[in-house]
Design a protein around this ligand. Structure first.
Ligand code: ADP
Ligand code: MG
Length: 258
């Protein structure tokens, strides 16, 4: 089981879209996938077709030790993967976790119990470098960073890179940046092309080959409770995410289970 955080401390950069569609893409390739929603906004939960207001148990209960992942997860109706959902209740965990023992390793401990059941765990992080994100980073083997090729993109990256370095040094020796994923890309915009070139010059093969284009079907899919990958498989956005799932699996040398 390989565990990845999808993280970027900026909001609206495509973290949730990446998590949901990579989960569906990997599932389509035959991998067993668990999506963990670590954002109190619960967008990955809703976008996977699960009503966040009706969760009987959520990642909040798991972090506080009230239940296990096996009890709290649910299948995504269309996605082909499992979801450990989140809703607003999770915002409280930020404070409630503070006095607890091993407060940044609660998710890691919970994931250990379902180790045999999944090939991939994808964690959708909130747009902050909070105790919730720290739980994600402490659990993970690597971080996938979605980013838009905008003027300040590189600057914003340095906080995240520093946090990952600190977590690597102090809490999780396994953690590394797997790669930067260019999302909402529009090749007609010269500036985006330039920033994309800078990214490659600076980060080399840490930049994924696959580029996710700006595609309206990806933005429409969540309101139908589906990943774009299943909502409109023929769309450019869906095809890019399936290609990205292939690239991820290939980088890790993963073959589908049976
Ligand atoms: P984050 O989780 O980082 O806040 P989201 O994944 O929710 O970001 O994306 C922010 C907004 O951009 C959403 O409305 C989403 O539907 C839209 N979006 C994300 N990726 C794309 C894309 N490739 N093409 C078009 N719209 C996108
Ligand atoms: Mg999000």
């Amino acid at each position: 089981m390989r565990i990845f955080c999808i993280a970027n401390q900026k909001g609206g950069v495509g973290k949730t879209t990446t998590t949901v569609n990579l989960a569906a893409g990997l599932a389509q390739l035959g991998h067993r996938v668990l999506l963990v929603d670590l954002d109190p906004q619960g967008n990955a939960t809703m976008g996977s077709g699960i009503d966040k207001r009706a969760l009987e148990a959520s990642v909040y209960d798991v972090l506080l030790g009230a239940t296990g992942i096996a009890e709290a997860r649910q299948p995504s109706p269309h996605g082909g993967y499992h979801v450990l959902g989140a809703n607003r209740e999770l915002a409280g965990a930020e404070v409630e976790l503070v006095p607890l023992e091993q407060r940044e390793r609660r998710l890691k401990a919970a994931l250990a119990a379902v180790k045999a059941e999944y090939d991939f765990v994808l964690i959708d992080c909130p747009p902050s470098l909070s105790l919730l994100t720290l739980n994600g980073l402490c659990s993970a083997h690597g971080v996938i960073v979605p980013m838009q090729c905008e003027y300040f993109a590189l600057e914003g990256l340095s906080d995240l890179v520093n946090t990952i370095k600190q977590v690597h040094a102090n809490l999780n020796r396994e953690l590394e940046i797997i790669g930067l994923l260019r999302v909402m890309f529009d090749p007609r915009i010269t500036l985006q092309q330039q920033v994309s070139d800078q990214l490659k010059a600076h980060f080399g093969d840490k930049v994924f080959d696959t580029v996710i284009p700006r595609n309206v079907r990806l933005a429409e899919a969540p309101s139908y409770g589906q990943p774009g990958v299943t909502f409109d498989p023929a769309s450019k956005g869906a095809q890019a995410f399936v290609a990205f799932a292939r690239e991820m699996a290939a980088r890790l040398g993963h073959k589908p289970a049976a």
